[in-house]
Each structure stands twice: as C-alpha cells, then as structure tokens.
Design a protein around this ligand. Structure first.
Ligand SMILES: Nc1ncnc2c1ncn2[C@@H]1O[C@H](COP(=O)(O)OP(=O)(O)OP(=O)(O)O)[C@@H](O)[C@H]1O
Ligand SMILES: [Mg+2]
Length: 357
C-alpha cells in the first residue's frame, strides 16, 4: 500500500483535481483506492457528486471519534474506489485538538487501526500548512506537490520542501516528494523557462507526466465526476492515465522505508524465520509487552524492545495453530491496533489473533 498526500499551501494549484482524477485513473488500473478528503472546503467530495446530506460520518470523525474507522466512514464512488468525505465541520479540528499531545498523529493512528485493504490511499489537503496538512504528511510515505505555472507556485514548492525537512527533523518521518506540473499550457516562452527551472531545481523529484491545461476539468467538476469518467478521450484523461502509469512504474525502484514500514505495521504479527515477529508502534510508551495464551496470560507479559525507528518488536517461537494475544502498554491491556483479526473475550473486549501454519 502506498499512502500519498496531495499538498501545497498555494491555493488553486490543482491538488483536488489531481487527487480525484488520479484516484479514478488508479482504480481503472484495477487498484483498490481510497481517497480521503482532508480539506474543510470538501471539494474532492463535491467532485464525486456528493453533498453534505449524503453522509453522516466524515474525515472529521477519523480525527475525533476514536471508534470510527475508515471502514465505517467511506462512501463507494465506483468499483474499487472509496472516498471518506469532508465538509465544513473539519475546520473545527484544529481548535478541538488544541493542546492534545498526539494531535498531529490522529489521522495516522486512525489509519493504522482501520482495515485498509487498499493499494493506494490519496489524501487531499487544504491550501495551508496547518494541523490537517501535518496529519496528512505524517500518515503518508509520499507527497505529490502540484505546481501550476507561476513563480508564486515555485516559491510554494520550496516552502513545502522546508516543511518536509522540519517534519524529518522533529519526528524522524521521511516523506518522499514528487513535484507535478499541473494546469500547464506548455507553449508560452515563460512556461518553458519555468519547466527548465523546475527540472534543474527538483531533478528526479519532478514527475515526467505533465497535466496540461484544458477546460474539460472545469466542465467535469460541474458535472460532479472526474474528467476520466466525463470525457475518457480528452487530454486531461490521458494525462492522468499517464500519471497513474508513471507512479505504478516507480514501484520497483522505490525503496522507501516509510512505505515498507506501513505495509508491515498494518498487518499485525508476521511469521518469519525463527518465530513470529510482533511489531507495535507506540512511540510515547515506556514499556510494551505482549501477553497471550502462549504465556498463560502472564500479567507482566513478554517484553518488546524499542528499535531506533521508535517501533517496538519481539520475536517469539510459537507452536502451530491459532494464538490469542494482547499488548500491555504502560500497564494498559490493548488489542493489537494493526491487526483486524480479533475474537471477543470474556471481559467484553477483544483479543487479537495470530495463526501459525
Ligand atoms: N489542468 C487544468 N486545466 C484547467 N483547469 C484546471 C486544471 N487543473 C485545475 N484546474 C482548475 O483550477 C481550479 C483549482 O483547481 P483545484 O481545485 O484542483 O486546486 P486546489 O489546489 O485543490 O485548490 P485549493 O487550494 O482551493 O484546495 C479549479 O477550478 C479547477 O477546475
Ligand atoms: Mg483543493
């Protein structure tokens, strides 16, 4: 699974156009795709023809209601394409989470608890670098930064890269940037000069695909569907099919640790050589242990060790069959937030399950 934010603090540079059309293009390539509308303007929601009356749960709930997961909140746009919608209530998140310790990781933590059976997750951000954008970046392994042909936009991309550097420094989280030329009419001389500058400054980060300027995008937005569905033969539809192809082609060469880690962390314990590897992401914890039927539900549990990347791990030799377990995090017993396989226990809660063949 690849999680990709669409972000740029400059307004109107094509974030939502890219998020919705790329989501549709990826789904057409038989990928399972989730688009999270992470902008209180709700433009991605509108772009798929949904109005606020069409949904009761939204991205707001992923931030603020701990038992609402993606699987409770998504709307089905088409086969293989899901949308978590957003509306104006999302603008209250910043204020409601003021002073909360983990406020920048709310979205990431929610995605980790959700089932997430997706190949791609796209997160459409608002035109600012506030709490919502930070949450999206901390949840993502990659970010597409659309840049429209203006020098303000170039400045905004530089700012965005500074933001990524701050994120790396403060939280150790690396996000791979892709710069996308969006809404480009490539004929005027100044646009060509700008393209040369982008190439020189961003090199490999600059995507080969160019999303050309075409009125079809505005028409499609008015019709409440992405241009790929509105006019599949148009230039815009071709551009987004090319972008989906380019991103898919990168998969082989991308060795992004953030993406690999996500994949591991979203699937609970894994059978590896020498036993079963338990990995748990509790960055603020002082002690993490695992307990279960394999240690007669010991109240101290078997300790996990903290790795340099902040993830806790331990390897246990377990016999074949089904095992039930829970984590003990600073004394609190929890089911595994990254494992959707659970069974009810006698205390009215849930035990996580791992099966060894
Ligand atoms: N390639 C394009 N050709 C023509 N019009 C475009 C193109 N890309 C975007 N637009 C138009 O530009 C406007 C802004 O695009 P969009 O909403 O995607 O930007 P945004 O970055 O998401 O804006 P915001 O910052 O407000 O979220 C829209 O009206 C959209 O239809
Ligand atoms: Mg937008």
């Amino acid at each position: 699974m690849r999680i990709i934010a669409l972000a740029n603090q400059k307004g109107g540079c094509g974030k939502t156009t890219c998020a919705t059309n790329l989501a549709a293009a990826l789904a057409m390539r038989d990928n399972r795709v989730l688009l999270i509308d992470n902008d209180p303007q709700g433009h991605a929601t509108l772009a798929f023809g949904f109005r606020e009356r069409d949904f009761s749960l939204s991205t707001y709930d992923l931030y603020l209601t701990s038992d609402i997961l993606v699987e409770d909140a998504f709307l089905e746009v088409s086969r293989g394409l899901h949308l978590v919608p957003a509306g104006i209530e999302l603008s209250a998140v910043e204020q409601e989470l003021a002073g909360e310790k983990d406020r920048e990781r709310r979205l990431r933590n929610n995605l980790r608890r959700s089932a997430m059976p997706y190949d791609y997750v796209l997160i459409d951000c608002p035109p600012s670098v506030g709490l919502l954008t930070f949450n999206a970046l901390l949840a993502s392994g990659e970010v597409i930064i659309p840049v429209d042909p203006s020098y303000y936009s170039l400045q905004a991309v530089r700012k965005m890269r500074e933001t990524l550097a701050v994120l790396r420094e403060h939280s150790g989280h690396d996000v791979l940037p892709h710069v996308l030329m969006s809404d480009f009419d490539t004929r005027p001389l100044f646009v060509r000069q700008l393209m040369a500058e982008l190439d020189e400054e961003f090199g490999r980060e600059l995507l080969d695909t160019i999303v050309h300027h075409t009125v079809r995008f505005k028409e499609a937005a008015g019709a409440g569907r992405p241009v790929i569905g509105h006019d599949p033969e148009s230039r815009g539809a071709m551009d987004f099919r090319a972008l989906a192809r380019e991103l898919a082609g990168q998969e082989v060469e991308l060795g992004i640790p953030a993406v690999d880690r996500w994949d591991v962390l979203l699937h609970g314990p894994r059978v590896v050589t020498g036993g079963v590897l338990f990995e748990a992401d509790f960055p603020a914890a002082k002690r993490v242990a695992v307990t279960g039927d394999f240690c007669a539900w010991s109240t101290t549990g078997l300790p996990l060790e903290r790795r340099p990347d902040g993830v806790w791990e331990c390897r246990l030799e377990l016999g074949s069959g089904q095992h039930q377990y829970r984590y003990i995090v600073d004394g609190v017993w929890l089911p595994d937030p990254n494992n959707s396989r659970t069974v009810p226990n006698e205390f009215g809660g849930a035990n996580s399950v791992v099966v060894v063949a």
